[in-house]
Design a protein around this ligand. Structure first.
Ligand code: ZN
Ligand code: ZN
Ligand code: ZN
Length: 286
């Protein structure tokens, strides 16, 4: 399983475009790993997590051919994770030549919000209608909480995220393929007790855990995790036996609020047994 972080920033990117706080100024000066696009992830070359607004710029930066992507796991439809133009531009009116159908796996609630966002931009019809699906060459695969879908060599299980209200259908996902298993868990605050219980029931044991670390030192988790809550989750994943002995935990969805620049952040995170992802980071699970 090959992993490429296309973006590791939170909603406003990092550093914040117009912010003059010390973190943003220092990050801007240091550049490199401190520049974070909005979060999304590519697995192998065919599975994309989140059709975010920076996916195109990341693909050109890292030499990715997006036409290889056949599956999208959509965590939720917030603007930093869903850019409707990623779907709309597949329409024949754009003279688009689309070789590969795109299967979108998301909760029904997320698909409905994505549909209303797309409908507010164009008149090509609902993405739930067959004609629109044929035009966009998409297929929708709604997934419910705790459901597992086996598709195209991947086993995907959805767990509810602690983000927004429960009826919004925001999801985190476990993805298994070829004996390797990844948890992609952003955007979320503390993982629900019921989710821990279900992960135990399903014998989840991850090679790689990618977890929300929006906020930094001395902050409380709200609709995202902060450093203290994040470190607690790392301990708990190990104690629960849900992280393989040679497995690793990476922080993503990082914002400027009381976080560190990348090199300082790496050193602090190491003390708590995790790593900090950055845009363009490639990992190979084998
Ligand atoms: Zn987000
Ligand atoms: Zn700032
Ligand atoms: Zn969100």
């Amino acid at each position: 399983m090959r992993i490429l972080f296309l973006g590791t920033g939170a909603s406003p990117s990092s550093p914040l475009p117009f912010c003059c706080c010390e973190f943003c100024r220092t990050s801007r000066m240091a550049g490199g790993k401190n520049f974070r696009k909005r979060s999304s992830l590519l697995i192998n070359d065919d599975l994309l997590i989140d059709l975010g607004p920076d996916v195109f710029s990341a693909s050109s930066q890292y030499g990715i051919l997006l036409d290889n992507v056949r599956i999208c796991l959509q965590t939720h439809p917030h603007g930093d994770h869903f850019d409707p133009e990623m779907i709309i531009s597949r329409h024949p009116d754009y003279a688009a030549v689309i070789d590969n159908e795109l299967t979108i796996i998301a909760s029904r609630e997320s698909l409905m919000v994505m549909d209303s966002i797309i409908s507010s931009r164009c008149g090509y019809g609902s993405i739930f209608d067959e004609v629109a699906q044929e035009n966009y060459r998409i297929r929708l695969m709604p997934i419910a909480a705790y459901e597992r879908i086996n598709y195209s060599g991947y086993a995907v299980r959805a767990y509810p995220a602690n983000h927004g209200t429960p009826d919004q259908g925001f999801m985190i996902y476990s993805i298994a393929q070829g004996g390797k298993s990844v948890l992609y868990a952003t955007d979320t605050a503390e993982i629900f007790e019921e989710v821990w219980h279900k992960m135990r029931e399903y014998n989840e044991c991850f090679d790689l855990i990618i977890l929300d670390h929006t906020y930094g030192v001395g902050m409380e988790s709200s609709d995202h995790l902060a450093m203290k809550g994040f470190a607690g989750h790392v301990r708990r994943f190990r104690e629960e036996g849900m992280l393989k002995p040679d497995g690793s935990v990476y922080a993503t969805h990082i914002s400027h609020e009381r976080n560190y620049t990348h090199s300082e952040f790496e050193a602090k995170a190491e003390e708590s047994g995790y790593r900090i992802a950055y845009d363009g980071l490639r990992l190979e699970l084998e």
